[in-house]
Every structure is written in structure tokens, then in C-alpha cells.
Design a protein around this ligand. Structure first.
Ligand SMILES: Cc1cc2nc3c(=O)[nH]c(=O)nc-3n(C[C@H](O)[C@H](O)[C@H](O)COP(=O)(O)OP(=O)(O)OC[C@H]3O[C@@H](n4cnc5c(N)ncnc54)[C@H](O)[C@@H]3O)c2cc1C
Length: 406
């Protein structure tokens, strides 16, 4: 049977994939969007926070149907239990992630994309060196088929295989991941609508615990821990301790267990006929693990080059690589800084973290309604302790040395 033909095939209908499909389809190109899950956005594997609101507003019209609450500030709780509050109106929102993902996928369909759920990519097709399509299995019937295209967009998230098939990504290591456990809790006082981050080795080694308010009396509570630092204790055990401390008696509604990538940026995001976007491309913020907003921004940046490559009738690396370069000049640079800050910050022992937090809380302009400024975080961490400065310089030198070897 002759393979079906599309201008672009997108693997994965999370925020990155649906958004990229919508952007490319709205330029008049034919797009196939495949998603291995039977239902878009289900089950939720996310704490649903996104921000700043103004940045999301620049990307799309915000529909109240997918917003659970608007966040107006941040509370950071230090290892010793000291609380630092920063009022930051509209610094973020807590989404209804299922509705949000459904909205993005519906927008892609409205723009003309063909959406197939329960269809999984099982390999890429090559014509010489160029990637020219996708091998697909229809999970409902078990039927296997192929579809060809000028460009394939890999948006297959944290469990992505497509960037590995394309040769852009190695396996993630344990240090590239936060293991997360989260519960939606009913019956907790979050009237203030501040998001909370709780730090410290006992609370969440190598990461943080969070409270993200969905209403005045319900919230997503979770922990993200480094498996390398957690000893024999599981993320779920850390979560149980956190719930006992922050919301005793709260009613558990929906548990989520999952991993979240906090890795270094990939050196390149494109090869001939293929680009990678979103969490599949290590585009999460490495300090927070958040990846929804960067997935949308990356999708827009990628879609621009993908559409140009289709319009040129090539899908060639030269055009697709503009996406890689544009990303690295903007969000990629920011994420690099967040990566450096995370490397140092999460390696601090509780005493040093306490000191660093004190310093960070006094840094003017560090936090605003636009979120956190990564350059200021790094600078403040450097100033808070000479050993931190040494740590950062060492990590930069190590990186340069490795780059020289490659
Ligand atoms: C517990 C937890 C809490 C989190 N909390 C937040 C948060 O509060 N804020 C935030 O910004 N981020 C958060 N994240 C991260 C966030 O969920 C991701 O960064 C975001 O979903 C990335 O979007 P994406 O489109 O790149 O990938 P995904 O949303 O993972 O979408 C990828 C899609 O591809 C599909 N897929 C995979 N392989 C294939 C295949 N072979 N064929 C077809 N389809 C395939 C998957 O089923 C999935 O639907 C959290 C993550 C976890 C685990």
C-alpha cells in the first residue's frame, strides 16, 4: 500500500505538538498529528502551573474554561521553616491541564490538522540521510502503516524516542530527572493564592515540594526529588510526609506520579527532515522543571522554520536549523542560565541553602510579575558564598573542556 502523504507529521499531542500542528496547519499546510493515548490530556501528569500570565496572553486568547485559578505571589519556605513572601500579581495560573491540552488539540484540528488518537509512532522513515516520514501503529486495531512528509516534528515529551531515532539525543541520566509525586487536595487553606515552594533535604532532596492553589480550598501538592539524593525513600513517601505537614486531614482527590526532565539543552534541535520540540527537546526550565510555556514558545519558533522548509519544497536541515539557532539565542540562553543555577542551588546543603535564600530574598528585581530573572539568581548565588562561585566556575570549565573534546 502506498504511504499517506502530508507536508508535516507531528508525533505527540501535548502542548508542544498540538501547538506546532496548529501553527503549521494555519499556514495552509497538510498536517497529521498522532497521539498514542486514547484521550488528549488524560491522565494528567502535571502540577498545572504556568506563568507569567502576560506571556501566555501574548501567545493565545485565554479561555476561562481551562484556568483553575490566577496566582498573585510566591512563598518560599526555607529548610529551617523560614517563610519568604513576594507579592507578584498575575505571576501565574493554575490550569486545568486536561482542558488546556484538549483546547490546543481542538485548535490544531480547527486549523486543518488531522488528529489521530491511539496512534503511536514506532520509528522514522529515511530516504538516504533525510528523515521522510513515520512508521505508525494504530493501537485500536493493531494495524501498522507508514506516512511520509517533508518534515517530522518530534513532540513526544518526557518518554520521547523520536529524537533518539533522529540521532539528536542520548538516553537521559538519573541526574537529568526529577521524580515527582503529586496529589490534588480538597480542604486546604490557600485563600491567599500564592504558589508555595518548600525547600530542604528532609522535604525534597535535590528539588522542592510545592503547593499550587486551584481554588481557595483546593490545591496540587507535590514533591520533585532527585533520585540520586533521596536515599531509599520514594517520592511517594516524601509526598506523604509533606501532606501530613501541610494539609493534615485534607481529602486526596487525584494522585500523579511521574518524571520530569531538568536536563541541559540539546546541542542541536534539527536534522534533515526533522525537528524536536518541548520536553522531548529538554526545553523544560531546569530550575523548576516547568515545561508548558517553553513547549508553546518552542512550538511557535519551530513551526516558523518548518513552514518555511515546506514552502521551499525541501524540509532541509539548512532551513530547519534556523529554529535551533533562534531558540538558542532566546529561550535557550535563559534555560542555560537556569541550568547553571539549578546545578549549584540543589547541590547546597541545608545550611548553605538557608544562607543563599536569605541573600536571594534581598536581591532587588530578582522576582517580578514576569517571574524569576535567571541571571540575577546566578549572580546572587555567586555572591552568597565563595564556594558556590567556585562550583559554578568549575562547572563552566568542565563544560568548555567537554565541548573542546567533542
Ligand atoms: C508531576 C509533574 C508535574 C509537573 N508540573 C508542571 C507544572 O506545574 N508546570 C509546568 O509548566 N510543567 C510541569 N511539568 C512538566 C510538563 O508536564 C511538561 O514539561 C509538558 O507537558 C511538556 O509538554 P510536551 O508537549 O513537550 O510533552 P507532553 O505533554 O508530555 O506531551 C507529549 C505527548 O506525546 C505523546 N507520545 C509520546 N510518545 C509517543 C509516540 N511514540 N507516538 C505518539 N504519541 C506519543 C504522549 O502520550 C504525550 O501526550 C510537570 C511534570 C510532572 C511529571
Amino acid at each position: 500500500m502506498r504511504p499517506e502523504t502530508f507536508d508535516v507529521i507531528v508525533i505527540g499531542a501535548g502542548p508542544a505538538g498540538s501547538r506546532a500542528a496548529e501553527r503549521v496547519a494555519s499556514r495552509g499546510h497538510s498536517v497529521l498529528l498522532i497521539e498514542k493515548r486514547g484521550k488528549i490530556g488524560t491522565p494528567v501528569r502535571c502540577a498545572e502551573a504556568i506563568g507569567p500570565v502576560s506571556q501566555l496572553e501574548e501567545l493565545m486568547e485565554i479561555d476561562k474554561a481551562f484556568v483553575s485559578s490566577v496566582v498573585n505571589g510566591i512563598t518560599v519556605v526555607s529548610p529551617k521553616g523560614r517563610s519568604f513572601d513576594a507579592r507578584m500579581p498575575r505571576v501565574g495560573m493554575i490550569l486545568d491541564r486536561t482542558k488546556f491540552d484538549e483546547h490546543l488539540a481542538a485548535s490544531a484540528v480547527k486549523a486543518g490538522a488531522v488528529l489521530r488518537t491511539s496512534h503511536q509512532a514506532v520509528g522514522l522513515i529515511r530516504k538516504g540521510e533525510k528523515i521522510s516520514g513515520v512508521k505508525i501503529i494504530d493501537l485500536s486495531s493493531g494495524a501498522r502503516y507508514s506516512a511520509v512528509s517533508f518534515v517530522v516534528i518530534g513532540a513526544d515529551g518526557v518518554e520521547s524516542l523520536s529524537p533518539r531515532w533522529a540521532g539528536l539525543k542520548q538516553n537521559l541520566t538519573t541526574s537529568d530527572m526529577l521524580v515527582c509525586a503529586q496529589e490534588t487536595i480538597e480542604g486546604i487553606d490557600v485563600e491567599k493564592k500564592f504558589i508555595e515552594f518548600h525547600l530542604g533535604y528532609d522535604r525534597a532532596p535535590g528539588g522542592y515540594a510545592w503547593v499550587f492553589p486551584k481554588t481557595s480550598s483546593s490545591a496540587n501538592l507535590g514533591v520533585g526529588i532527585s533520585p540520586l539524593k533521596a536515599g531509599n525513600k520514594t517520592a511517594l513517601e516524601y509526598l506523604n510526609d509533606f501532606l501530613e505537614y501541610r494539609s493534615p486531614g485534607g481529602k486526596r482527590q487525584r494522585q500523579v506520579i511521574g518524571a520530569c526532565e531538568v536536563a541541559k539543552e540539546l546541542p542541536s534541535l534539527a536534522v534533515d527532515g526533522y525537528v524536536v520540540v518541548g520536553e522531548a527537546a529538554n526545553q523544560n526550565n531546569p530550575l523548576s522543571g516547568g515545561g508548558i510555556l517553553s513547549a508553546l514558545i518552542a512550538a511557535d519558533t519551530a513551526a516558523e522554520s518548518v513552514a518555511e522548509a515546506v514552502e521551499a519544497g525541501t524540509g532541509s536541515y539548512e532551513i530547519l536549523n534556523r529554529y535551533s539557532e533562534n531558540w538558542k539565542r532566546s529561550e535557550g540562553t535563559r534555560n542555560d542560565l537556569f541550568y547553571k543555577a539549578a546545578q549549584v542551588f540543589y547541590s547546597l546543603n541545608d545550611r548553605k541553602m538557608e544562607k543563599a535564600l536569605k541573600k536571594l530574598s534581598r536581591e532587588p528585581g530578582l522576582l517580578s510579575s514576569l517571574g524569576a530573572d535567571p541571571a540575577r539568581i546566578v549572580r546572587s548565588l555567586l555572591l552568597s558564598s565563595p564556594s558556590l562561585a567556585f562550583g559554578i566556575i568549575l562547572s563552566i570549565l568542565k563544560e568548555k573542556n567537554n565541548a573542546g573534546k567533542n
